[in-house]
Design a protein around this ligand. Structure first.
Ligand code: C2E
Ligand code: CA
Ligand code: CA
Length: 890
């Protein structure tokens, strides 16, 4: 296929669909990715914050454990200093054995506290929040231990350095708390961390009370006492503050635990002891009281450590929950983002695939349709695709209906109901209109062909099959008979008295009678038998199969009876009869022509035997027919062999007795038989078609002869030129070739047309319109026309007015008759002919009286034995010469 450049450009301009779809999908996809990443980043930051907070809380707890350890180590350390210092021991009023006993306990206690401190600090290495502070504290603690183990420090200084380490750790705790409560940490967590700090501060403040209290008991000089009391009071206030802050605890379980601790005996006893000490009421403490106080202080420390642990646990679990939540959220965001991404990619791919596939399918189907194959249109997909598919489908349906109609027309199936269905759309209208036009024109042509065929095979007047069709039908019936071995019958019907009806009532009435006869014949025969009209008043009935000959005779009698019933013609009624000849072929071995001739012959005999009867073609007839066939052959042979010649009977002018011309009459000298009269062989020749050859011979010979006489004997000036009359058979006259035959004869002889007269019988003029036309044409050429044997036929005198004739020849029977009626009739004929400008010739004048009568009635010419018998050519020529010589005298 070739594309125009314009088409090509249009094709290149559009990219494939998947590219647009990808662009359409990628844009939001990028958005989804960006949003997901942003959300994931936020969630990741949350997770990182939560993790940091967790680390910080862990640091907070460990720092607190370390601080608590340091503070627990402080009392045994101080105890060891006191054991070594007799002044201090004395100040406390402790006996030496007690101190010795305490030394070991202090050592044990210090080792236990040290382990817990070291473990806590150890665990802080690597903790980003508190590693530095832990390292610093570990260093300080190590130095401090070395110092008190070597007894190098005074009680006071020892105490201060312990406090300093404790303070450092407390500061680190504060920093860790800040780190734990950085931005983004939930309020609950923040509160929990703050609770840890609050509880830790209380624990620290509490831990410092006992050393300071004991210290205040040790002091003896005034200045030292004031300093020690100040530190002690400050610590007391810190403790009070820390206790007050405990009211702000947010954790409910923690608050309840604190309430319990606060209400415990140890806390109440110690608070009472320290309150009294502060008021200066305790100057000295008995040993048992001191031991109790120390134990109580230890127990309170444990309680508070538990409280801190609870707070830390609370904070840690919150922070862990935060982290888990943040991680969950991050995971959810990631899963959601990934899901969205995968979903939209999958959706885009599926949508793209389904649309592209559907469009590709549609395109393939559309291509096939454009190439003329009307495929089934099927495409699934989005609604638009289905809409296009449906539209294409309905277009195909329309095309298919167009195709169906075209196929019906091509098949020639014009009665298909499909062809009446309108087609959709303007194209459909056009196609449907052209289909209708084709159908109509084909139908018209078929009807015309049928009409032509019907006209060629049927008689227009009666609608019966005509002569040609009758021959065809009889031929096929004989074929069938030959195969089946059954008899075939043919009835030849010749109407009697039909011409009389025509004369009496006119042609229209004659036609009506013929139609009535046709209807009666058809009604009388069996179904399957065929009635045909051969022309004129002749019909045939074809009967097959025939069981017996007498069946045919019975049928013939029935037909005669039926036809003989009167026929209503206008207001009058006409009565006709029929003579029927029957012929039978026993085994189909007869020719159609022969069967027709046999039936015809039988009909002739029926007519000859008195009409209104049926005759069957029998042996006698067969013999006759055979004779006739023999005669035909002899005629043809004789004509070709020069056995025919002409004689010329003079036609005389009645008034002047002078010769006006001759009638040429044919003679046949049949070798071995002698002269055969024309009445014997002319009818036979007429039946066989040989008559045309005879007439042509006579025409040629007569014109040649007259031309020769004219050349030999010129006519005297003022005298009419002699004519020659030639008899033309009615059968020849109906043949179109008569005109050419006459023209040829005139041409060959050089005779002027006006000197030739054609004699025709009146029945020819009345019955045959073709003969009538040919005569008109011949007359136009200048040839004279005479009606022969006038009076024997059925022509009324009135009809003469419109006929193409110049001469009337009154038949011999009228001329010879002496009956008054006939005499009257002759006189009438002469007068009427003259009225119409015709020349009258009386035939068969044998007596003088006849001639006299004719002369009296002003008959123009006469012909007969009285005047002259027909003469051989030589004599006729001699007569013509004599007449010419006599002319100047006459
Ligand atoms: P037609 O045309 O009426 O010819 C006149 C016949 O009457 C001729 O008989 C003639 O010899 C005879 N005839 C003449 N005058 C008398 C008379 O006074 N008394 C009697 N009794 N008869 C007379 P023909 O020659 O035997 O012819 C008989 C018929 O044969 C003719 O009748 C004509 O119809 C036909 N015929 C003769 N020659 C030809 C011909 O060349 N061609 C054709 N087609 N028919 C011919
Ligand atoms: Ca004649
Ligand atoms: Ca005649």
């Amino acid at each position: 296929m070739r594309r125009t450049p314009d088409e090509g450009r249009r094709q290149r301009r559009g990219g494939p669909l998947w590219r647009y779809l990808a662009a359409l999908v990628l844009l939001p996809l990028v958005g989804v990715v960006v949003l997901t990443v942003a959300a994931a980043q936020a969630r990741a930051a949350e997770v990182a914050g939560a993790e940091r907070a967790e680390v910080a809380v862990r640091a907070l707890a460990l720092l607190d454990a370390a601080r608590s350890g340091v503070e627990q180590e402080m009392i045994p350390a101080l105890t060891l200093s006191i054991v070594d210092d007799p002044v201090a021991a004395a100040a406390l009023g402790l006996p030496t054995f007690f101190l010795r006993a305490q030394e070991q306990a202090a050592l044990d206690e210090a080792a236990r506290a040290r382990t817990s401190t070291d473990a806590a600090l150890e665990r802080l290495t690597g903790n980003p929040v508190a590693a530095e502070a832990a390292a610093h504290a570990a260093e300080d603690v190590t130095k401090l231990r070395r110092a008190y183990e070597g007894r190098r420090l005074g009680i006071e200084e020892l105490h201060l350095r312990f406090l300093a380490v404790s303070n450092d750790l407390m500061a680190a705790q504060a920093a860790a708390a800040v780190a734990a409560t950085s931005e983004g940490v939930p309020v609950a967590t923040m509160r929990a961390v703050s609770d840890v700090r609050t509880v830790a501060q209380l624990a620290q403040a509490t831990a410092r009370q006992m050393p300071l209290f004991l210290g205040s008991l040790l002091v003896d000089d005034q200045e030292q006492l004031i300093g020690s009391r100040t530190a002690w009071e400050t610590a007391w206030m810190d403790y009070r503050d820390a206790q007050r802050r405990m009211d702000t605890l947010s954790g409910e379980p923690l608050r309840e635990a604190w309430q319990e601790v606060r209400a415990s005996d140890v806390v109440a006893d110690l608070d009472g002891l320290f309150a009294r000490g502060l008021a200066g009421e305790v100057r000295n403490l008995a040993l048992p009281d001191l031991v109790v106080a120390l134990l109580q202080s230890q127990e309170r420390g444990t309680l508070l450590a538990g409280l801190v642990g609870t707070a830390v646990e609370e904070a840690r679990s919150l922070v862990e929950a935060d982290r888990a939540r943040a991680e969950d959220r991050l995971q959810a965001v990631l899963v959601m983002g990934a899901g969205l991404l995968a979903g939209s990619v999958l959706g885009a791919v599926l949508l793209g695939r389904s649309v592209t596939r559907a469009l590709r399918l549609l395109a393939a189907q559309a291509t096939e349709i454009s190439q003329g194959s009307l495929v089934e249109v099927e495409a699934d997909g989005p609604r638009e695709v289905r809409t296009v598919s449906a539209a294409l489908g309905s277009a195909v349906a329309g095309l298919r209906r167009i195709q169906d109609q075209a196929q019906a027309v091509a098949r020639g199936d014009l009665d298909d109901a499909l062809l009446d269905e309108p087609l959709p759309g303007p194209l459909g209208e056009v196609v449907h209109a052209s289909v209708r036009a084709i159908v109509t024109s084909v139908r018209q042509r078929e009807e015309l062909q049928f009409a032509l065929a019907h006209r060629a095979t049927h008689d227009p007047l009666t609608e019966l099959p005509n002569r040609a069709q009758a021959v065809t039908l009889v031929t096929s019936a004989l074929h069938r008979g030959r195969r089946s071995g059954e008899m075939t019958g043919l009835l030849y019907i010749d109407l009697d008295g039909f011409k009389a009806v025509n004369d009496a009532h006119g042609h229209a009435a004659g036609d009506e009678v013929l139609r009535a006869v046709a209807a009666r014949l058809r009604a009388a025969v069996r179904p399957g038998d065929v009635v045909c009209r051969l022309g004129g008043d002749e019909f045939v009935v074809l009967v097959e199969p025939v069981h017996a000959e007498h069946d045919l005779l019975d049928l013939a009698e029935r037909l005669i009876a039926s036809v003989s019933r009167p026929v209503a013609v206008g207001t009058a009624t006409a009565t006709i009869g029929a003579s029927i000849g029957v012929a039978v072929s026993r085994d189909g071995g007869t020719d159609a022509d022969v069967l027709f001739a046999e039936a015809d012959t039988a009909a002739c005999r029926a007519k000859a035997h008195g009409r209104g009867r049926a005759e069957i073609f029998d042996e006698t007839l067969r013999l006759q027919l055979a004779e006739q066939a023999e005669l035909e052959a002899a005629i043809a042979h004789g004509l070709a062999g020069g056995e025919m010649h002409l004689v010329y009977q003079p036609v005389v002018d009645v008034a002047s007795d002078r010769l006006t011309g001759y009638e040429a009459l044919v003679r046949w000298d049949r070798p071995g038989v002698g002269a055969v009269p024309p009445d014997r062989f002319v009818p036979v020749a007429e039946r066989s078609g040989l008559i045309r050859d005879i007439d042509r011979f006579v025409l040629g010979e007569a014109t040649r002869q007259l031309a020769q006489w004219r050349a030999a004997t010129p006519v005297a000036p003022g005298r009419p030129e002699p004519t020659v009359a030639v008899n033309v058979s009615g059968r020849h006259l109906a043949d179109r070739r008569i005109v050419a035959d006459v023209a040829e004869a005139l041409e060959a002889s050089g005779l002027p047309a006006r000197l030739l007269v054609l004699e025709v019988t009146e029945t020819v003029l009345v019955d045959d319109p073709a003969a009538y036309d040919h005569l008109t044409e011949l007359r136009g050429m200048g040839v004279g026309i005479a009606i022969d044997d006038f009076g024997t036929g059925y022509t009324s005198i009135g009809q003469l007015r419109s006929m193409p004739v110049d001469t009337l020849k009154i038949d011999r029977s009228f001329v010879a008759s002496a009956e008054p009626a006939h005499l009257e009739l002759v006189a009438l004929m002469i007068r009427a002919a003259h009225t119409f400008g015709l020349t009258v010739v009386a035939e068969g004048v044998e007596e003088q009286a006849q001639l006299a009568r004719l002369r009296a009635e002003a008959c123009d010419r006469a012909q007969g034995y009285l005047l002259s018998r027909p003469l051989p050519a030589v004599e006729a020529g001699a007569l013509l010469r004599r007449d010419a010589l006599a002319a100047p005298a006459g």
